[in-house]
Design a protein around this ligand. Structure first.
Ligand SMILES: Nc1ncnc2c1ncn2[C@@H]1O[C@H](COP(=O)(O)OP(=O)(O)O)[C@@H](O)[C@H]1O
Ligand SMILES: [Mg+2]
Length: 303
Protein backbone atom coordinates (compact mmCIF):
# COMPACT_ATOMS: atom_id res chain seq x y z
CA UNK A 1 0.00 0.00 0.00
CA UNK A 2 1.24 3.46 -0.80
CA UNK A 3 1.69 5.90 2.07
CA UNK A 4 -0.62 8.41 0.48
CA UNK A 5 -2.12 9.72 -2.70
CA UNK A 6 0.63 9.44 -5.28
CA UNK A 7 1.51 12.32 -7.56
CA UNK A 8 -0.36 11.65 -10.80
CA UNK A 9 1.95 10.09 -13.36
CA UNK A 10 0.86 12.67 -15.91
CA UNK A 11 1.91 15.59 -13.70
CA UNK A 12 4.98 17.58 -14.61
CA UNK A 13 8.27 16.46 -13.11
CA UNK A 14 7.80 17.22 -9.41
CA UNK A 15 11.35 18.25 -8.64
CA UNK A 16 14.66 18.36 -10.41
CA UNK A 17 15.72 15.30 -8.47
CA UNK A 18 12.53 13.33 -8.81
CA UNK A 19 12.66 10.22 -10.88
CA UNK A 20 10.88 8.79 -13.88
CA UNK A 21 8.32 6.01 -13.93
CA UNK A 22 8.82 3.06 -11.56
CA UNK A 23 8.66 0.81 -14.59
CA UNK A 24 11.79 2.46 -15.92
CA UNK A 25 14.78 0.32 -15.06
CA UNK A 26 17.02 3.39 -14.86
CA UNK A 27 15.04 4.81 -11.92
CA UNK A 28 15.39 3.49 -8.40
CA UNK A 29 12.38 5.42 -7.03
CA UNK A 30 8.61 5.38 -7.55
CA UNK A 31 7.08 8.46 -9.21
CA UNK A 32 5.01 9.58 -6.23
CA UNK A 33 8.11 10.08 -4.11
CA UNK A 34 9.83 13.47 -4.17
CA UNK A 35 13.52 12.71 -3.90
CA UNK A 36 16.10 15.00 -2.42
CA UNK A 37 19.54 14.69 -4.08
CA UNK A 38 20.80 12.81 -1.02
CA UNK A 39 17.86 10.37 -1.19
CA UNK A 40 18.51 9.68 -4.81
CA UNK A 41 22.21 9.17 -4.27
CA UNK A 42 21.50 6.68 -1.47
CA UNK A 43 18.90 4.85 -3.53
CA UNK A 44 21.20 4.57 -6.52
CA UNK A 45 23.99 3.31 -4.30
CA UNK A 46 21.72 0.68 -2.75
CA UNK A 47 20.46 -0.46 -6.13
CA UNK A 48 23.92 -0.63 -7.71
CA UNK A 49 25.03 -2.77 -4.81
CA UNK A 50 22.29 -5.28 -5.63
CA UNK A 51 24.01 -8.14 -7.38
CA UNK A 52 27.42 -7.06 -6.22
CA UNK A 53 26.72 -8.62 -2.85
CA UNK A 54 28.08 -5.68 -0.94
CA UNK A 55 24.98 -3.72 -0.08
CA UNK A 56 25.05 -1.89 3.20
CA UNK A 57 21.99 -1.44 5.36
CA UNK A 58 20.77 2.15 5.20
CA UNK A 59 19.89 3.96 8.43
CA UNK A 60 17.58 6.91 7.81
CA UNK A 61 17.26 9.51 10.54
CA UNK A 62 15.12 12.64 10.65
CA UNK A 63 12.07 14.17 12.29
CA UNK A 64 8.72 12.40 12.07
CA UNK A 65 6.96 12.98 8.77
CA UNK A 66 10.00 13.88 6.65
CA UNK A 67 9.53 10.79 4.49
CA UNK A 68 11.75 8.08 5.95
CA UNK A 69 9.23 5.25 5.71
CA UNK A 70 7.95 6.58 2.39
CA UNK A 71 11.51 6.37 1.03
CA UNK A 72 11.72 2.64 1.72
CA UNK A 73 8.38 2.04 0.05
CA UNK A 74 9.24 4.19 -2.96
CA UNK A 75 12.52 2.35 -3.36
CA UNK A 76 10.80 -1.05 -3.31
CA UNK A 77 8.19 0.10 -5.82
CA UNK A 78 10.77 1.78 -8.02
CA UNK A 79 12.94 -1.29 -8.40
CA UNK A 80 10.05 -3.77 -8.43
CA UNK A 81 11.18 -5.45 -5.22
CA UNK A 82 9.00 -7.18 -2.70
CA UNK A 83 8.41 -4.91 0.30
CA UNK A 84 8.59 -6.30 3.81
CA UNK A 85 7.80 -4.00 6.69
CA UNK A 86 7.99 -4.17 10.44
CA UNK A 87 7.17 -1.36 12.85
CA UNK A 88 9.36 -1.87 15.89
CA UNK A 89 8.23 -0.84 19.35
CA UNK A 90 9.12 -1.02 23.02
CA UNK A 91 7.81 -4.57 23.38
CA UNK A 92 9.43 -5.97 20.21
CA UNK A 93 11.60 -8.90 21.29
CA UNK A 94 14.75 -9.94 19.41
CA UNK A 95 13.39 -13.49 19.02
CA UNK A 96 10.19 -12.51 17.24
CA UNK A 97 12.22 -10.88 14.46
CA UNK A 98 13.61 -14.33 13.65
CA UNK A 99 10.89 -16.74 14.70
CA UNK A 100 7.77 -16.20 16.72
CA UNK A 101 5.08 -18.33 18.27
CA UNK A 102 2.16 -19.07 15.98
CA UNK A 103 -0.56 -18.63 18.60
CA UNK A 104 -3.42 -20.31 16.65
CA UNK A 105 -1.05 -23.23 16.01
CA UNK A 106 -0.31 -23.58 19.69
CA UNK A 107 -3.95 -23.61 20.80
CA UNK A 108 -5.44 -25.62 17.93
CA UNK A 109 -4.07 -29.06 17.06
CA UNK A 110 -5.35 -28.99 13.47
CA UNK A 111 -3.74 -25.62 12.72
CA UNK A 112 -0.55 -26.81 14.37
CA UNK A 113 -0.48 -29.80 12.01
CA UNK A 114 -0.85 -27.51 9.00
CA UNK A 115 1.26 -24.54 9.99
CA UNK A 116 3.33 -25.62 12.97
CA UNK A 117 3.55 -23.82 16.26
CA UNK A 118 6.26 -21.41 15.13
CA UNK A 119 6.29 -18.90 12.28
CA UNK A 120 9.05 -17.05 10.47
CA UNK A 121 9.82 -13.60 11.80
CA UNK A 122 10.44 -10.69 9.45
CA UNK A 123 14.21 -11.28 9.10
CA UNK A 124 13.77 -14.95 8.23
CA UNK A 125 10.98 -14.08 5.78
CA UNK A 126 13.25 -11.57 4.03
CA UNK A 127 16.12 -14.06 3.84
CA UNK A 128 13.93 -16.86 2.49
CA UNK A 129 12.43 -14.62 -0.20
CA UNK A 130 15.89 -13.57 -1.27
CA UNK A 131 16.95 -17.22 -1.38
CA UNK A 132 14.06 -17.78 -3.80
CA UNK A 133 15.70 -15.25 -6.12
CA UNK A 134 13.42 -12.31 -5.28
CA UNK A 135 14.58 -8.74 -4.79
CA UNK A 136 13.50 -7.63 -1.34
CA UNK A 137 13.40 -4.28 0.44
CA UNK A 138 13.05 -4.83 4.16
CA UNK A 139 12.06 -1.81 6.26
CA UNK A 140 12.67 -2.02 10.00
CA UNK A 141 10.82 1.10 11.05
CA UNK A 142 11.56 3.18 14.14
CA UNK A 143 14.43 1.19 15.64
CA UNK A 144 14.77 3.90 18.31
CA UNK A 145 11.47 2.73 19.87
CA UNK A 146 12.75 -0.82 20.34
CA UNK A 147 15.12 -1.52 23.19
CA UNK A 148 18.83 -2.21 22.96
CA UNK A 149 18.50 -6.00 22.88
CA UNK A 150 16.85 -5.71 19.44
CA UNK A 151 19.72 -3.54 18.25
CA UNK A 152 22.21 -6.14 19.49
CA UNK A 153 20.43 -8.99 17.75
CA UNK A 154 20.53 -7.06 14.51
CA UNK A 155 24.33 -6.65 14.60
CA UNK A 156 25.09 -10.01 12.99
CA UNK A 157 22.17 -9.74 10.59
CA UNK A 158 23.32 -6.33 9.36
CA UNK A 159 26.87 -7.55 8.91
CA UNK A 160 26.19 -10.91 7.25
CA UNK A 161 22.52 -10.91 6.23
CA UNK A 162 21.97 -14.15 8.14
CA UNK A 163 19.96 -15.49 11.08
CA UNK A 164 19.78 -18.89 12.77
CA UNK A 165 16.80 -21.17 12.20
CA UNK A 166 16.70 -24.25 14.42
CA UNK A 167 20.46 -24.14 14.82
CA UNK A 168 21.19 -23.68 11.10
CA UNK A 169 22.28 -20.32 9.70
CA UNK A 170 20.08 -19.06 6.90
CA UNK A 171 21.81 -16.49 4.71
CA UNK A 172 20.29 -14.14 2.13
CA UNK A 173 21.26 -14.58 -1.48
CA UNK A 174 24.11 -12.21 -2.32
CA UNK A 175 22.95 -8.69 -2.96
CA UNK A 176 19.24 -9.33 -3.34
CA UNK A 177 18.20 -7.82 -0.03
CA UNK A 178 18.15 -4.11 0.76
CA UNK A 179 17.63 -3.27 4.43
CA UNK A 180 16.32 0.15 5.39
CA UNK A 181 16.17 1.07 9.07
CA UNK A 182 14.59 4.28 10.27
CA UNK A 183 14.96 6.27 13.47
CA UNK A 184 13.21 9.37 14.79
CA UNK A 185 16.07 9.85 17.22
CA UNK A 186 14.18 9.11 20.45
CA UNK A 187 17.03 6.88 21.66
CA UNK A 188 20.66 7.13 20.62
CA UNK A 189 21.86 4.09 18.72
CA UNK A 190 24.98 2.23 19.71
CA UNK A 191 28.31 2.68 17.97
CA UNK A 192 28.51 -0.94 16.65
CA UNK A 193 25.07 -0.53 15.13
CA UNK A 194 25.95 2.79 13.47
CA UNK A 195 29.17 1.33 12.09
CA UNK A 196 27.23 -1.24 10.10
CA UNK A 197 24.91 1.21 8.37
CA UNK A 198 25.15 3.69 5.55
CA UNK A 199 23.58 6.74 7.19
CA UNK A 200 21.18 9.19 5.56
CA UNK A 201 19.79 12.19 7.43
CA UNK A 202 16.58 13.58 5.98
CA UNK A 203 15.58 17.18 6.34
CA UNK A 204 12.19 18.66 5.66
CA UNK A 205 11.41 18.99 1.97
CA UNK A 206 11.70 22.52 0.51
CA UNK A 207 8.50 24.64 0.66
CA UNK A 208 7.80 24.64 -3.12
CA UNK A 209 7.97 20.83 -3.17
CA UNK A 210 5.62 20.52 -0.20
CA UNK A 211 3.18 22.87 -1.95
CA UNK A 212 3.46 20.87 -5.18
CA UNK A 213 2.88 17.53 -3.48
CA UNK A 214 -0.10 18.93 -1.57
CA UNK A 215 -1.89 20.15 -4.69
CA UNK A 216 -4.36 17.82 -6.34
CA UNK A 217 -6.87 17.75 -3.48
CA UNK A 218 -9.21 20.03 -5.38
CA UNK A 219 -7.55 23.28 -4.26
CA UNK A 220 -5.59 25.56 -6.57
CA UNK A 221 -1.83 26.04 -6.29
CA UNK A 222 -2.22 29.61 -5.00
CA UNK A 223 -4.58 28.49 -2.22
CA UNK A 224 -2.26 25.65 -1.17
CA UNK A 225 0.73 28.03 -1.23
CA UNK A 226 -1.12 30.60 0.89
CA UNK A 227 -2.13 28.02 3.49
CA UNK A 228 1.35 26.46 3.58
CA UNK A 229 2.69 30.00 4.23
CA UNK A 230 0.42 30.19 7.29
CA UNK A 231 1.37 26.71 8.46
CA UNK A 232 5.10 27.36 8.22
CA UNK A 233 4.71 30.61 10.17
CA UNK A 234 2.81 28.76 12.89
CA UNK A 235 5.45 26.01 12.77
CA UNK A 236 8.28 28.49 13.28
CA UNK A 237 6.72 29.62 16.58
CA UNK A 238 7.34 26.24 18.19
CA UNK A 239 10.22 24.08 17.00
CA UNK A 240 9.30 21.31 19.42
CA UNK A 241 5.92 20.73 17.85
CA UNK A 242 6.34 19.63 14.29
CA UNK A 243 3.65 19.86 11.60
CA UNK A 244 4.05 17.16 8.96
CA UNK A 245 3.15 17.16 5.27
CA UNK A 246 0.62 14.47 6.09
CA UNK A 247 -1.16 16.73 8.60
CA UNK A 248 -1.11 19.58 6.09
CA UNK A 249 -2.68 17.33 3.44
CA UNK A 250 -5.36 16.20 5.89
CA UNK A 251 -6.00 19.84 6.73
CA UNK A 252 -6.36 20.75 3.03
CA UNK A 253 -8.69 17.83 2.53
CA UNK A 254 -10.93 19.26 5.23
CA UNK A 255 -10.58 22.83 3.93
CA UNK A 256 -11.79 21.72 0.50
CA UNK A 257 -15.10 20.80 2.17
CA UNK A 258 -15.41 23.99 4.24
CA UNK A 259 -18.29 26.30 3.41
CA UNK A 260 -17.43 29.20 5.71
CA UNK A 261 -14.53 30.76 7.63
CA UNK A 262 -15.58 29.21 10.92
CA UNK A 263 -15.13 25.75 9.46
CA UNK A 264 -11.65 26.68 8.22
CA UNK A 265 -10.69 27.87 11.70
CA UNK A 266 -11.89 24.51 12.98
CA UNK A 267 -9.73 22.71 10.42
CA UNK A 268 -6.71 24.68 11.70
CA UNK A 269 -7.43 23.57 15.27
CA UNK A 270 -8.05 20.02 14.12
CA UNK A 271 -4.83 19.51 12.14
CA UNK A 272 -2.35 22.39 12.50
CA UNK A 273 -2.54 24.25 15.82
CA UNK A 274 -1.12 21.77 18.34
CA UNK A 275 0.52 23.79 21.07
CA UNK A 276 0.04 27.00 23.03
CA UNK A 277 2.76 28.68 20.96
CA UNK A 278 1.04 27.61 17.75
CA UNK A 279 -2.22 29.05 19.07
CA UNK A 280 -0.59 32.38 19.89
CA UNK A 281 1.11 32.60 16.49
CA UNK A 282 -2.14 31.73 14.75
CA UNK A 283 -3.99 34.55 16.52
CA UNK A 284 -1.39 37.28 16.90
CA UNK A 285 0.95 37.08 13.90
CA UNK A 286 0.05 39.89 11.48
CA UNK A 287 1.35 37.96 8.45
CA UNK A 288 -0.78 34.97 9.39
CA UNK A 289 -3.81 37.22 9.62
CA UNK A 290 -3.10 38.75 6.21
CA UNK A 291 -2.59 35.36 4.57
CA UNK A 292 -5.73 34.01 6.20
CA UNK A 293 -7.77 36.87 4.68
CA UNK A 294 -6.15 36.12 1.34
CA UNK A 295 -7.00 32.42 1.65
CA UNK A 296 -10.62 33.19 2.55
CA UNK A 297 -10.97 35.46 -0.47
CA UNK A 298 -9.39 32.89 -2.83
CA UNK A 299 -11.84 30.32 -1.53
CA UNK A 300 -14.72 32.80 -1.63
CA UNK A 301 -15.91 31.85 1.88
CA UNK A 302 -17.85 34.22 4.13
CA UNK A 303 -17.99 34.32 7.92
N1 LIG B 1 9.56 12.80 -0.15
C1 LIG B 1 8.26 12.49 -0.11
N2 LIG B 1 7.58 12.19 -1.23
C2 LIG B 1 6.28 11.87 -1.19
N3 LIG B 1 5.55 11.83 -0.07
C3 LIG B 1 6.17 12.14 1.08
C4 LIG B 1 7.55 12.48 1.13
N4 LIG B 1 7.89 12.73 2.42
C5 LIG B 1 6.78 12.58 3.12
N5 LIG B 1 5.74 12.24 2.34
C6 LIG B 1 4.34 12.05 2.76
O1 LIG B 1 4.32 12.23 4.15
C7 LIG B 1 3.79 11.06 4.79
C8 LIG B 1 4.61 10.79 6.03
O2 LIG B 1 5.89 10.38 5.65
P1 LIG B 1 6.61 9.19 6.38
O3 LIG B 1 7.46 8.52 5.38
O4 LIG B 1 5.63 8.35 7.11
O5 LIG B 1 7.48 10.00 7.40
P2 LIG B 1 8.45 9.44 8.50
O6 LIG B 1 8.60 7.96 8.27
O7 LIG B 1 9.72 10.20 8.30
O8 LIG B 1 7.80 9.75 9.81
C9 LIG B 1 3.91 9.95 3.77
O9 LIG B 1 2.85 9.05 3.91
C10 LIG B 1 3.82 10.68 2.46
O10 LIG B 1 2.47 10.86 2.12
MG1 LIG C 1 7.97 6.50 9.58
Amino acid sequence: MRPDTPAPTSSPTPSPTSTPSPTSTSSPMATWYYSRPSDLQTAIMAVRAIGRGRNYPVLITGKPGVGKTAFSQALAEGIGAEYLYSLLHAWTTPDELIQSVNVPGVVDKRIRKEQGSMQDGILLQAIKKSQQGKKVVLCLDEIDKANESVENLLLDFLQNYRVPENGILQTAKDGSLIVIITSNGIRELGEPFLRRCRRLHMKTLPDPIIVKMSCGLGLSHKIVKTFWGIVSRIQRSDRDSYITVQEFKNFLDEVSECRNQKMIYRAFYAWIVKSKKHYEAFHTNAEVKKSLEKGFSFLGVKK
